[in-house]
Design a protein around this ligand. Structure first.
Ligand code: ATP
Length: 295
């Protein structure tokens, strides 16, 4: 009997609560699989539940939610032999989209049953894993506004983007060290991605690979409001590669130091907001350190 544990985030995406053992038993043969469904009750709970599942001998852990839920579950699996399954139930589902795991439950379950695993890279920011992307500047501001929106849907992201364009102040001055170079930046956005897409097929790093052992870094220079709107259109039209104010790098490691150490700095990692008190940010990558069930 294969022990498969599902960790469900009830507030991810539309907040679908139909996930329980009896719902899932329709998809799995009870002679082959022993299913356990656990529901996360608060932010951070999915990590606690995942650790317990590993201790109880789960052979597969399935994150049912978006990038935030995947982050909590997958962080517990890094460096273990237990593979991560994904049922995309979030709003953006950036990592699932990058791995081409469909939103359709039946098809996502089929991938779990087929047991085909692939190693993917694990990025770390100040030692803490992220799997999709992280950023400082505008994207962190968007996540902060999105969290205050109440709903976790595409239009809520759109509303958060427009509100952020109105409010955003380019205040972060940073020293950047990457690929043997050191330079100063006052970026609109400093974005580091392990995966291709952020969700909803929106991407700044379509050339990224989850298996190349490299971080894709995007630095967008200071923009005025008109340029921010233009950038939005260019991203939607997939023409952002051609913009002069965007620089791309592929690196194994990078360091950032904030010039102003008197305040906290906003950062998003896998769509979750963090208030950095540390003046320094170190981002590294471990090649293929997580096993994921893939199509
Ligand atoms: N019961 C709960 N109540 C409130 N928050 C929760 C609960 N369970 C988990 N969370 C938190 O919900 C947040 C959002 O989860 P998740 O990222 O999976 O969904 P999403 O934002 O809809 O999807 P995506 O990030 O792909 O757009 C995470 O920070 C997670 O820690």
């Amino acid at each position: 009997m294969k022990k498969v544990h599902f960790i469900v985030n009830p507030i991810a995406g539309k907040g679908d609560l139909k996930f329980n053992e009896s719902f899932l038993s329709g998809y799995f043969d009870s002679k082959q699989y022993e299913l356990t469904v656990k529901v996360s009750n608060y932010a951070g709970h999915a990590a606690v539940l995942s650790t317990e599942s590993l201790r109880d001998g789960a052979q597969v852990l399935v994150a049912c939610g978006g990038d935030g839920t995947i982050n909590e579950v997958a962080s517990c699996l890094v460096g273990t032999d237990v593979p991560l399954g994904i049922i995309p139930m979030g709003s953006g589902n950036g990592l699932a989209e990058s791995l081409e795991i469909p939103r359709n439950i039946k098809e996502a379950v089929k991938i779990i049953k087929e047991s085909r695993t692939n190693g993917i890279d694990v990025a770390l920011v100040n030692g803490k894993p992220f799997f999709s992307n992280m950023g400082i500047g505008f994207d962190a501001k968007v996540i902060s506004n999105y969290n205050n929106c109440g709903k976790r849907r595409f239009w809520a992201y759109l509303k958060a983007v427009l509100k952020s364009i109105k409010e955003f102040k380019n205040s972060e001055k940073i020293k950047v060290e990457l690929n043997g170079k050191t330079f100063k930046a006052n970026p609109f956005m400093f974005f580091v991605s392990n995966s291709k897409v952020m969700g909803y097929d929106i991407s700044l790093t379509r050339m990224a690979s989850l298996q190349d052992g490299l971080l894709d870094v995007v630095i967008i220079e200071n923009l005025n409001r008109g340029e921010m709107l233009m950038l939005g259109f260019f991203i939607l039209l997939r023409l952002n590669q051609d913009l002069k104010k965007i620089q791309y790098f592929k690196v194994k490691e990078l360091k950032l130091a904030f010039e102003n150490n008197d305040t906290t700095h906003l950062m998003q990692a896998d769509g979750e907001l963090h208030h950095l008190t540390d003046g320094e940010v170190v981002v590294t990558i471990e090649k293929k350190a997580l096993n994921v069930l893939v199509p």
